[in-house]
Ligand binder design. Structure first.
Ligand code: SAJ
Length: 413
């Protein structure tokens, strides 16, 4: 598809790598974000979050002439990758940023332009919230403007590789438009690109994350069963996985991130009478931080530790080697503690430069000095590199990090 310029709207975790990737593959790109500080920082050549390989990609996109702006530009292809926050109580997605972005695109776009929404949305969002925006302006979908849903699939920590190598899905109202958008993504994506309709594309995204949530829940439930009866869940999973058709995931302290812990709720919300396994899996994964707390209490008793303020939690992010703390198990655990009127526990995370919560330590040494029991919530590479510093501590490893026992007293999930 010969576009003059692609305008990528929303330069966050997904929009920025996508915009940079296109620009470094010969596509003319303008990245737009309403956050002036973010735009200014990118214009200065400074990245706004850490991700393996992003720095190099940024340089190559700059060489490819990428521009950043607060303004939407007049063109014929828009990629909308703005945030879709979710309400913790109602479990519903808030589509207001997507709506605002599409409204502003409609203010400036050329006739026949394509608006591809990459943001994660709940199934039906395009029909329910985006299509009516066109109708309101008496614009005809499929003629004046073409709507597309092109959900992202990349995993934080391996985004750059996955942007290039993952297959992806394009949902469009017509095959012709789907194929045109596919051609643009094929400028950098080496995976297969499936063209389908918009509802199917919306649903596949949510189904993919729900599949993973359910599989993690199975591992977590096994951890609870095995612990209750003195069996080693990790050994059991290791051996079971030797079966050619078994591939059990790893139990952990909970499931975080903006997608897997959120998307399955859309199905529960829309199909409460049908989505029973999905709800149960969500509840199991949400129960894990509390399970960790119960285990911490038992470990304290076993070791004669009575002072909860001398228990520290290593890792605030939702998984290893990223700086994203959204819905992280550690933050979920802190919330649980608050519900029981406990003060925020001591925490340390080498990936979090910013202050996330009370009790957070800026360096590993002083964190260790102030605690007797360290609970590993995230397996950052930093931990193995600095493991010698934790010598002599009681350690509860919820992530099976493979650390040397040495003179530590170790417990596992
Ligand atoms: N986790 C476990 N045990 C495991 C695997 C993961 O406890 O065996 C935990 C992680 O520690 C983390 C959470 O689950 O807290 C989710 O992490 P993840 O690495 O499984 O996935 P995300 O949330 O980083 O990214 C997912 C990916 N989706 C799938 O794998 C189906 C990614 O491809 C999507 O692009 C992303 O969600 C998204 O944005 O939808």
């Amino acid at each position: 598809m010969e576009h003059s310029i692609v305008n990528v709207i929303g330069l966050g975790y997904i929009g920025l790598p996508t915009a940079l990737m296109m620009a470094s593959h010969g596509v003319k790109v303008v990245g737009t974000d309403y956050n002036g500080d973010l735009v200014a920082s990118l214009k200065r050549g400074e990245l706004t979050f850490e991700e393996a390989g992003l720095e190099e990609l940024f340089r190559s996109a700059m060489d490819g002439g990428i521009e950043f702006s607060r303004d939407y530009i007049k063109t014929d292809l828009y990629i909308v990758s703005v945030a879709t926050p979710y309400d913790k109580e109602s479990k519903r997605i808030d589509p207001s940023y997507v709506i605002a972005a599409v409204e502003q695109v409609l203010d400036v776009c050329e006739k026949g332009a394509v608006i591809a929404v990459e943001s994660t949305v709940s199934p039906g969002t395009i029909d329910k919230y985006v299509r009516p925006l066109l109708e309101k302006r008496k614009l005809k979908a499929g003629e004046d403007v073409h709507l597309v849903h092109a959900p992202e699939r990349i995993i934080p920590g391996n985004m750059i590789y996955e942007l290039i190598h993952n297959s992806r899905t394009i949902g469009a109202d017509s095959r012709e438009i789907g194929e045109k958008v596919k051609a643009m993504y094929a400028s950098f994506c080496q995976g297969s690109i499936e063209v389908t309709d918009i509802r199917t594309a919306e649903m596949t995204k949510v189904v993919e994350n729900t599949y993973r949530d359910i599989n993690i829940a199975f591992a977590n439930e096994l951890a609870k069963i095995c612990y209750s009866d003195g069996m080693d869940v990790h050994e059991i999973i290791r051996i079971s996985n030797k079966h050619p058709r078994v591939n059990i995931l790893s139990p952990g302290p909970g499931v975080g991130g903006h997608c897997i812990s959120v998307d399955p709720w859309f199905l529960v919300g829309d199909y409460p009478g049908l989505a029973k396994l999905i709800r149960q899996a969500r509840e199991i994964n949400d129960s894990m931080p509390e399970f960790v707390l119960r285990r911490v209490y038992e470990i304290m008793l076993e070791n004669g530790l009575t002072d909860i303020s001398r228990v520290g939690f290593y890792g605030l992010t939702y998984k290893e080697n990223v700086d994203d703390v959204r819905e992280s198990p550690t933050l979920q655990l802190i919330e649980k503690m608050k519900e029981h009127l406990a003060a925020a526990p001591k925490t340390y995370d080498p990936m979090c430069k910013a202050r996330i919560c009370d009790g957070q330590y800026p360096d590993f040494a002083s964190f260790l000095e102030s605690i007797d029991l360290m609970v590993i919530m995230v397996n950052h590479a930093h931990l193995k590199e600095n493991w010698a510093m934790a010598a002599g501590k009681v350690v509860f490893d919820t992530r099976q990090c493979g650390l040397d026992e040495g003179n530590n007293k170790m417990y596992f999930l």
